[in-house]
Design a protein around this ligand. Structure first.
Ligand code: PGA
Length: 312
C-alpha cells in the first residue's frame, strides 16, 4: 500500500502554526482563512495518524506528534531552500558578472589570474578597474565593485578581508649604482639617496615612508610618478632608487635592466588582500573568484607561510 504524504503547503502551515501558536495569526501570515487552515491541519493530522495540537483555553499547544511533524517540516523546507540556492549558484557561475578593482601594483598579476579563472567560467563578464589605494578605498566606500585587491585591509571600514598572497617590496636601483651587489646594507646607507616615489595615496609609498620614518632614514624625493612603469624607466635612467613590489619588476631583473639592493629590513613583506564590504554578500561568481585567489595564493606560498588572519 502506498503511503499518503503531506503536501508542502501543509508542512509550511505546520511551521507557521508552531511559530504563532494561534490559528488566526498563522492563517493571516499565509493569506488564507482560518477555516481553510484548520481543514489543512486536520488533513495533516489524519495523514500522520495523530492529533497535532490541542487547545487549552485560548492557547494552542503542539502535541508531541505535532512537534515532531513541525521539526520534520522545517528540515524538508530548509533542504528545498538549500537546493534552490545551489541551483541559483550554478546559474550564477555560468553567466554572472564580476567587477574587480585592484590597486596599481596588483595589475602585474591579477589580470593573469583573472584570465585563468575566466577559462574555467567562459560565460561570465568581467570588468577590471585599476586605481591607487586611495582611489580604491573611495570605490569600496561607495560599494561600486564585487571585490577589491589591495595591499592591506583598511582600518576604518568594516570589511571581510582575505589575505591570499605575499607582496614583497624591495629597493630597486639602476645596475650601475655603487650600492648594487653589497650585502647587508644598513638602512642608513639610503640616507640622502634620491628616490623616485609613487604618488601620495599609494600603498607602496605609504609602506616605504613608514620604513624610512621608523629607521630615521632621510631620502630625497627626486620625482613622484603615478605609474610603476614610468618609475622603472626613471630608475633605469639613473634618476634615483625606488621601492617597488617584486611583482612589478620580474622582466627587468631577468634582463639586467634593474637591480635589487640588499638593505636590512627589506623586503618589506606586505600581503595582498581580496576584500568586500562586511555587510555585502558576494555573488556566487565573486565567492568563486575569492576561493580561486586563496587556492592560487596557497599554491604559490613559500614553505614558511606567515599569512595574516582573515578579518570579518
Ligand atoms: P599601490 O598599492 O599600488 O596603490 O601602491 C599597493 C599596496 O597597497 O601595497
Amino acid at each position: 500500500m502506498t503511503r499518503r504524504h503531506p503536501t508542502l503547503h501543509q508542512l509550511e502551515i505546520m511551521t507557521v502554526l508552531a511559530r504563532h501558536r494561534n490559528m488566526t495569526q498563522a492563517a493571516k501570515e499565509l493569506h488564507m482563512s482560518t477555516a481553510a487552515l484548520s481543514v489543512q491541519v486536520k488533513q495533516l493530522a489524519a495523514i500522520v495518524g495523530a492529533p497535532l495540537h490541542e487547545q487549552v483555553g485560548k492557547q494552542l499547544f503542539l502535541t508531541g506528534a505535532g512537534r515532531q511533524v513541525e521539526l520534520a517540516a522545517q528540515d524538508i523546507l530548509d533542504r528545498l531552500e538549500a537546493l534552490y540556492e545551489a541551483l541559483e549558484e550554478d546559474r550564477g557561475l555560468e553567466r554572472g558578472t564580476l567587477k574587480v578593482s585592484v590597486v596599481t601594483t596588483a595589475k602585474y598579476f591579477v589580470p593573469r589570474l583573472l584570465g585563468r579563472f575566466c577559462k574555467q567560467h567562459p560565460g561570465i563578464d568581467v570588468s577590471l578597474e585599476v586605481d591607487n589605494r586611495h582611489g580604491l578605498l573611495e570605490r569600496l566606500a561607495q560599494n561600486l565593485d564585487d571585490l577589491y585587491v589591495m595591499g592591506s585591509a583598511p582600518e576604518d571600514l568594516q570589511v571581510v578581508a582575505v589575505p591570499f598572497m605575499e607582496n614583497r617590496l624591495v629597493v630597486v636601483a639602476p645596475v650601475t649604482h655603487p650600492l648594487v651587489g653589497r650585502a647587508g646594507l644598513p638602512p642608513a646607507a639610503l640616507n640622502g639617496e634620491p628616490f623616485v616615489m609613487r604618488e601620495p595615496g599609494s600603498g607602496t609609498r605609504l609602506a616605504a615612508e613608514r620604513f624610512f620614518a621608523s629607521h630615521k632614514v632621510h631620502v630625497t624625493v627626486r620625482m613622484t610618478l603615478g605609474s610603476t612603469e614610468a618609475i622603472k624607466q626613471a630608475v633605469a635612467g639613473e634618476l634615483g632608487l625606488a621601492v617597488l613590489s617584486a611583482h612589478a619588476i620580474g622582466p627587468e631583473l631577468a634582463c639586467g635592466d634593474l637591480a635589487v639592493l640588499d638593505v636590512v629590513g627589506f623586503p618589506l613583506v606586505r600581503w595582498w588582500y581580496a576584500l568586500h564590504p562586511a555587510g555585502k554578500r558576494p555573488s556566487p561568481i565573486a565567492r568563486a573568484f575569492l576561493a580561486y585567489l586563496e587556492a592560487e595564493g596557497a599554491a604559490s606560498a613559500s614553505p614558511v607561510d606567515r599569512r595574516p588572519r582573515r578579518t570579518g
